[in-house]
Design a protein around this ligand. Structure first.
Ligand code: PHE
Length: 347
């Protein structure tokens, strides 16, 4: 009886050893464990014979049963370890730890931001201080104090984006002239970069664009100072060989007023490149870049400056225009589409 019991148990070990290799998943392995070691499993069944054994055989039989139980346990456990190792190997196959990592895509400054920074750098270098003000303005700062009375055509609903009756999105940075003079005594020399808004949208106009305003007020400021300052500014921005031309113009808040042209950055002022007519300046050799003039006495009156005691000049330039000329961009819409293939060229 003992002999066949012991042989039966050895048979269990051998069978388990033979079959464990076929268990290819945790589920298979668990089924095998239940089959051999479960409460109604093969080992339990074999142990049933123990009850009929005489006391002289029981210790040897019990000892063997224990050994076999442990042996079966470690057979299944080692198979589990094999399966785990295979799973890890699978997950790692195709992974090459020596491959270089992926570089995260770095952003870059928008060309308008770059142009703004560059313009401000040149002007602060000339002694101007940067100020800023609200994009949502009232009628008085945007128009009335700038010598544009209530019936002035510039207030036309066609140009101005109104928030309410007297509140609007500033149509230019010139309200910063007013805000600066209201809050400071002369002398002042400030620039005001920022967004401005107009009801305008076509190939060459966007409802939002950027301007930089300049204002210098002191005693005895002359048109010659305006000319010298803007010439120095433009030459630092576009190169020392840039020619400058002042054309008479009109703005309600400056008198006299002028528009400033620079020699075309594309053709160098020739109007053509080889035999081809220059498309940037349309054959004229000049491109307009800013508006300016001597501050109108009515503006001084509005802000409480004495027009007999001070004089000064103001100028305003379009940042998109400068950026297009500086970076050779032919289409205004490029700035607003935010195509990364365009933007990443400025990093
Ligand atoms: N504000 C004017 C415009 O938007 C530009 C300008 C500013 C002209 C200052 C003269 C002086 O067109």
């Amino acid at each position: 009886m003992l002999k066949s019991f012991l042989e039966g148990l050895d048979g269990l070990t051998l069978e388990c050893e033979a079959r464990r290799g076929q268990a290819c998943s945790l589920k298979d392995l668990e089924a095998l464990r239940v089959e051999f070691l479960g409460r109604k499993g093969k080992l339990a069944a074999a142990m049933g014979a123990l009850a009929q054994m005489g006391p002289e055989d029981k210790p040897a039989a019990g000892k063997k049963a224990n050994e076999v139980k442990n042996a079966l346990g470690s057979l299944l456990e080692s198979r589990q370890a094999e399966l785990d190792a295979a799973a890890t190997q699978d997950a790692l196959s195709g992974f090459d730890p020596s491959m270089p990592g992926r570089r995260p895509a770095a952003g870059s400054l928008h060309p308008i931001t770059l142009a703004m920074q560059e313009i401000c750098e040149v002007l602060t270098g000339l002694g101007f201080e940067v100020v800023s003000g609200p994009e949502v303005e009232n009628d008085w700062h945007n128009f009335e104090a700038l010598n544009m009375p209530p019936d002035h055509p510039a207030r036309d609903m066609q140009d101005t984006l109104y928030v309410s009756d007297r509140v609007l999105l500033r149509t230019h940075t010139s309200p910063l002239q007013v805000r600066t003079m209201l809050s400071r005594k002369p002398p002042v020399a400030v620039i005001a970069p920022g967004k401005v808004y107009r009801r305008d949208s076509d190939l060459t106009h966007t409802p939002m664009f950027h301007q930089i305003e300049g204002l210098l007020v002191d005693r005895n400021v002359s048109m010659g100072d305006l000319r010298g300052t803007l010439t120095a500014f433009v030459r630092q921005l576009f190169g020392a060989n840039t020619n400058v031309r002042f054309r008479p113009s009109f703005f309600p808040f400056t008198e006299p007023s002028a528009e400033v042209d620079i020699s075309c950055v594309m053709c160098g002022g020739a109007g053509h490149i080889g035999n081809e007519p220059c498309r940037v300046c349309k054959k004229t050799g000049w491109v307009e870049i800013l508006g300016c003039g001597m501050v109108d006495p009515n503006v001084y009156r509005a802000v409480g400056y004495d027009p007999e005691a001070v004089t000064g000049f103001a100028f305003g330039l379009g940042v998109e225009r400068v950026a297009m000329l500086k970076y050779g961009i032919g289409d205004l819409r490029m700035f607003f589409e935010n195509d990364v293939r365009f933007l990443e060229q400025f990093s």
